[in-house]
Design a protein around this ligand. Structure first.
Ligand SMILES: C[S@@+](CC[C@H](N)C(=O)[O-])C[C@H]1O[C@@H](n2cnc3c(N)ncnc32)[C@H](O)[C@@H]1O
Length: 272
């Protein structure tokens, strides 16, 4: 049975109900500020080197599933003339549209989607797959990605934490980040409200409380909002097995090269 720590979030003494993750209109701004030090360019170069290594250097089309604000796509479009993105969050997709003109960006659910075409490469990066939090959800999401991949094409999945890397003993976490010019600040406090037993795969429920302050001219605004998210903690080997069952002819688990940050997660790469 899953461990169920208790948690309460109060504002001025009142208990509050969180909204779904990434549904707040500010979620894209907050996401980009929190992860502003992430090196998307270096990650894309690593992914491209793997695509070349498996003999698909001539690929022209790529779909990024769970594309967020489009930062991987911004660098991927240097290599792939036909790119597209899919994300559930209208805020993330709206932000992606500001940097990717003439790119098809769709609001949709990775568990079940139909863009009406196939791509040589389909990516799912930076833990987006974690939003599928049970095996049936993962099976359906992987099948949707397979349907969008040309025969002989590649699926690249980057899981987030796994049962071997997740710290099951830290139910309260805190991150902060500021913009380089010091006019914006974000703090995030996360609590885990249910999680699998230590070392096991399964569903983790979490809430995050954000305080986002920024100054423009002589005006300062502070927003506070809370969201909740269910995430799946699964091993890369489990995604590899699901991909194999869905028809992959070859599957590799690729560790990041030493020059990338130690926080960059391995990739599960499948040839269809
Ligand atoms: C951790 S972020 C990663 C975003 C992006 N890949 C990046 O590297 O910046 C996870 C993304 O998955 C999206 N997402 C969550 N559930 C989803 C779903 N069911 N279908 C599609 N996208 C989803 C979120 O809106 C969010 O943009």
């Amino acid at each position: 049975m899953a461990r169920t720590p208790e948690s309460e979030i109060r504002v001025n003494g009142e208990l509050i109900n969180p909204s779904p993750a990434y549904s707040h209109p500010l979620s894209a701004d907050v996401y980009e500020l929190l992860y502003r030090e992430k090196d998307y360019k270096a990650e894309v170069e690593w992914i491209k080197s793997i695509i070349d290594e498996v003999g698909l250097s001539e690929s022209r089309s790529l779909l990024d599933v769970g594309c967020g604000t489009g930062l991987h796509l911004m660098y991927l479009q240097r290599y792939f003339p036909e790119i597209a993105g899919l994300d559930l969050s209208t805020s993330q997709i709206a932000k992606a549209k500001t940097r990717l003109s003439n790119v098809k960006l769709t609001t949709g659910d990775m568990e079940e989607f139909d863009l009406g075409r196939q791509f040589a490469v389909v990516t799912n990066l930076y833990g987006a797959i974690g939003n599928l939090y049970s095996r049936p959800m993962i099976d359906r999401g992987v099948r949707s990605m397979v349907r969008h991949t040309t025969p002989g094409g590649l699926i690249v999945i980057q899981p987030w934490d796994t049962p071997d890397t997740f710290n099951y003993h830290k139910p309260l976490r805190f991150d902060t980040m500021s913009s380089s010019d010091g006019t914006q600040h974000i703090s995030r406090m996360s609590t885990f409200i249910s999680q699998p037993l230590e070392g096991e795969e399964g569903r983790l429920d979490t809430t995050c409380s954000y305080t986002y302050g920024r100054t423009a001219g002589n005006k300062t605004v502070i927003d506070f909002f809370v969201d909740r998210q269910s995430l799946g903690i699964y091993r890369p080997e489990t995604y590899a097995e699901v991909l194999q069952k869905a028809g992959a002819t070859n599957v590799w688990i690729k560790d990041p090269p030493p020059h990338l940050s130690s926080r960059v997660k391995p990739l599960v790469v499948a040839r269809m």
